[in-house]
Design a binder for this molecule. Structure first.
Ligand SMILES: [Zn+2]
Length: 337
């Protein structure tokens, strides 16, 4: 089995070997980098029933199997969407006090059948103030045999007092070779597809898994890239026409536009990475690097992030896309017109 995020994994494995398992961990790193996957791998190490090899997981005992099916009684997966008592549905996208009250209630019951009760809190930066304070209280006297695993994309959004109480595990993007081994081992795909997936996933294992399970998604990525290329390679009047289209789309399906803009940032990162690594094999037949310099592509990222942030703060979408049209660098040819 290829172990991904090996450095983080080793730290966790060591804590078990040395009998020094902490009751509170924060796994932090970019979105989709594999924090959730690592949390379940660690849970398996902790809960595996096979005592003959205490520092590994067997993948075949009832406990390991239940974890793979995400049905283990002693693991509670908490996110802002979890329905708990006192919270019929959560419209706020925050993790709120009733969530922490549920964690506390279950933690005090202790594990049903295992050595530990594990709480995996996904996107824990979404704990609101009330929930954060309640969680800090819970940490003051954590019920025994309880392990809290916080998965955090953005550490700066978490209470510093909470951060200071946790053992922090940095989960990083993985390298291209490691990614290739992992895909080869787990999926049956041809070389071209594997290469495309490695490029698009930017070291993020969860993106690679999604694309490997459904390679037809790659078509959407390429279509989005073509729209991006067209937008960048246009003169101002064409950009303004496209701007109108995007803003109309935004009014009917804002998530699609957020997704699109985030993909555009990914494309820029792919292009920049490939240029630094002198990667000649181009993922895209229309290569923006033939038209722009790397520092201009960096500027694209900055402008797109600004647009996303303005859209999120409810700026007029037409205005946002018009500004983006004006601020993105033009090709030499177009700027000469
Ligand atoms: Zn097992």
């Amino acid at each position: 089995m290829t172990i991904i995020n090996e450095k983080a994994y080793k730290i966790l494995e060591n804590s078990i070997v040395k009998n020094a398992v902490s009751h509170f961990y924060i796994f932090h790193g970019p979105k989709n980098v594999g924090k959730k996957k690592l949390a379940y791998i660690f849970s398996k190490l902790l809960l595996c029933d096979d005592e003959s090899n205490p520092n590994t997981s067997c993948d075949s005992c009832p406990s390991c199997k239940k974890i793979d099916e995400q049905k283990h009684f002693d693991i509670l997966h908490v996110d802002s969407k979890l329905v708990v008592e006192g919270l019929d549905e959560n419209k706020s996208d925050q993790i709120r006090l009733p969530h922490v009250e549920e964690i506390s209630r279950q933690a005090n019951l202790g594990p049903f059948m295992s050595k530990y009760k594990i709480f995996i809190v996904d996107e824990a930066e979404k704990l609101n103030n009330e929930a954060s304070n309640a969680f800090l209280k819970l940490l003051e006297e954590p019920p025994s045999s309880t392990i809290f695993l916080f998965l955090v994309n953005d550490l700066t959004s978490v209470y510093p007092t909470i951060i200071s109480r946790a053992q922090k595990i940095n989960v990083l993007e993985i390298g291209k070779e490691e990614m290739k081994d992992y895909i080869l081992e787990n999926y049956d795909l041809d070389d071209l597809k594997i290469d495309q997936i490695i490029n698009f996933s930017l070291g993020k294992i969860e993106v690679a898994e999604t694309l490997s399970s459904d390679p037809s998604l790659l078509d959407n990525y390429f279509e989005s890239y073509e729209r991006f290329f067209e937008f960048c390679n246009s003169n101002i009047s064409t950009r303004m026409e496209l701007s109108q289209k995007f803003s109309t789309r935004f009014r009917t399906d804002r998530n699609a536009i957020y997704q699109e803009l985030n993909l555009w940032i990914d494309f820029c990162n792919i292009l920049i990475n490939n240029s630094y690594q002198n990667d000649q094999n181009s993922l895209f037949s229309n290569n923006l690097l033939d038209l722009f310099e790397v520092k201009q592509i960096n500027l694209f990222i900055f402008e797109i992030i600004k647009s996303i942030s303005n859209l999120r703060s409810n700026a007029n979408s037409r205005l946002v896309f018009d500004v983006l049209s004006l601020n993105l660098p033009f090709t030499k040819e177009e700027s000469a017109i």
